[in-house]
Design a protein around this ligand. Structure first.
Ligand SMILES: Nc1nc2c([nH]c(=O)n2[C@H]2C[C@H](O)[C@@H](COP(=O)(O)OP(=O)(O)OP(=O)(O)O)O2)c(=O)[nH]1
Length: 147
C-alpha cells in the first residue's frame, strides 16, 4: 500500500506507510494479550506484542526482536492473521502474524502493565486497540472455544 502527498515542488510524492507488526502468540489454544503503558490515551488498552519495523529489517525479524525486548521470549513466526489494517490516516499499517513460543520460554511483561492468555470465549473481555478489531475477529476461529 502506498500513500501520496504533495512535495515542496508541488509534485505528488509517493512513500510507503510505516509497518507495525504484531505477534499473535498462541499457546494451548489461547492468545497472549498485552496491556499498553503509553501513550496516556491508549494506556491500559490491549494489543499484540510488537512494534515498528526498522529500516532494512524484515517483518519476521522485527517480530522476533520485539518479542525478545518486550517479553524475553524466543518465538517462531507463522502465518499472517487477518488483513493489513491502515492506521494514522494511512501513514502506518498494522500486520499481525501467528507465533509460537520456543524452548519452553515463558513471557515476562517487561514493557506492558499486564498480560493475559485469552481463549476465543475470552477475547472480548479486554479492550483492544481499535485497529486490532478485525485481527481479533480473524483470530477467533484459530483458538479454543471454551475456557
Ligand atoms: N505492537 C502493537 N502496536 C499496535 C497494535 N495495534 C495498534 O494500533 N498498534 C499501534 C500502537 C502504536 O501507535 C503503534 C506501535 O508503536 P510502538 O510505539 O509500540 O512501536 P515500537 O515498539 O517500535 O516503539 P518506538 O519505536 O515508538 O519506541 O501501533 C498492536 O496490536 N500491537
Amino acid at each position: 500500500m502506498r500513500t501520496e502527498r504533495i512535495s515542496a515542488s508541488g509534485q505528488p510524492e509517493r512513500r510507503s506507510p510505516k509497518v507495525v507488526v504484531g505477534a499473535a502468540i498462541i499457546h494451548d489454544g489461547r492468545v497472549l494479550a498485552c496491556a499498553r503503558t503509553a501513550p496516556p490515551e491508549v494506556a491500559g488498552m490491549w494489543e499484540f506484542p510488537g512494534g515498528k519495523v526498522e529500516p532494512g529489517e524484515s517483518e519476521t525479524a522485527a517480530l522476533v526482536r520485539e518479542c525478545a525486548e518486550e517479553l524475553a521470549v524466543r518465538v517462531e513466526i507463522g502465518d499472517r492473521v487477518g488483513r493489513n489494517v491502515r492506521m494514522a490516516h494511512g501513514r502506518s499499517v498494522l500486520k499481525v502474524y501467528a507465533a509460537r513460543l520456543l524452548y519452553g520460554d515463558e513471557p515476562k511483561a517487561l514493557e506492558h502493565s499486564a498480560m493475559r492468555w485469552l481463549s476465543a470465549a475470552e477475547l472480548d473481555t479486554v479492550t483492544w486497540l481499535p485497529a486490532d478489531a478485525p485481527i481479533v475477529e480473524a483470530l477467533r476461529p484459530l483458538l479454543a472455544t471454551g475456557r
